[in-house]
Design a protein around this ligand. Sequence first.
Ligand code: HEC
Length: 124
Amino acid sequence: MTPKRIVILAGIFVVLLVAWFVLAPPRFWLNMTKAVEPTAATGAQLVEQYECRNCHRIAGQGALKAPSLDGITLRSDDPVHVTLRLWLRDPRAVKGDTAMPNFRLSDSEIEAILAYLIEIDQSK
Ligand code: HEC
């Protein structure tokens, strides 16, 4: 292989690598780059940051384009919230044609948002 070919191949490799991490970031990468304190207070901030209230009502505030999330942690018969976590992690894995975007949340962000939703429901 000529040096020029090696440079071209290395370039293609880097472009593919960047495309992968941008378009479908692997979980270890999300967890490394978006690690947060998994508390309800952080969850409240994340709900602002990702603008969940553009679609959902949360703690009595926000739009009703999507189901209200108030009471969501009480409604399910799943005490450990496996499906709720999956909604946050990969909405289309739960419902293929959903309008809910994938926010590429890290595991700790998911735990923080869940803690916030649980706190809202417990305080009623
Ligand atoms: C563009 C609108 C939109 C935004 C923004 C959005 N969602 Fe959703 N979400 C939906 C829709 C629509 C559904 C209902 C899915 C369906 O039935 O297709 C949903 C479903 C859910 C569910 C499952 C509800 C259930 O009934 O089980 C949870 C939990 C949820 N969203 C949390 C969030 C959180 C947290 C955020 C912010 C990080 C967020 N959503 C941002 C549209 C949105």
